[in-house]
Design a protein around this ligand. Structure first.
Ligand code: TYC
Length: 120
């Protein structure tokens, strides 16, 4: 096989066997934590000339759990700067948020665009 679709699984970590000291008691070695925090993704919303401001504010409240004040600030930032961050999530949650926004915008007939991108 020339190309593998996914990486082969990493081999399992060596089992932590109890060490015995000379007195016969069991001592467990301390291991440093190996699990990394997951890669996080920011959901970025883009400005356009057609989507109503009110629609963007409602989307930010509904899908990104912003209160009306925060949603309005984010919408205005996008309107003025061309884009803005709606929230930061794990990959699948970010992908779901993007889908929800695009679906709501499409159903309402607005060209609103958003995307997710890895951070750091
Ligand atoms: N620029 C839009 C208008 O003037 C409002 C808008 C804000 C659109 C943010 C998209 O992501 C957006 N109606």
């Amino acid at each position: 096989m020339k190309h593998m679709a996914t990486k082969p699984p990493k081999s399992a970590p060596a089992p932590r066997l109890p060490a015995r000291d000379h007195g016969g008691s069991v001592v467990l070695e301390r291991r440093t934590q190996k699990t990394k925090p997951p890669q996080m993704y920011q959901v970025v919303m883009l400005n356009d000339d057609y989507t109503p401001m009110e629609f963007v504010v409602v989307v930010l409240q509904e899908f990104f759990n912003k209160d009306r004040e925060a949603a309005t600030q984010i919408m205005l930032k996008i309107h003025l700067d061309g884009k803005g961050i709606c929230g930061v999530y794990t990959r699948d949650v970010a992908a779901t948020k993007v889908e929800q926004v695009l679906d709501a915008a499409h159903k309402a007939g607005h060209p609103l665009q958003c995307l997710s991108e890895p951070i750091e």
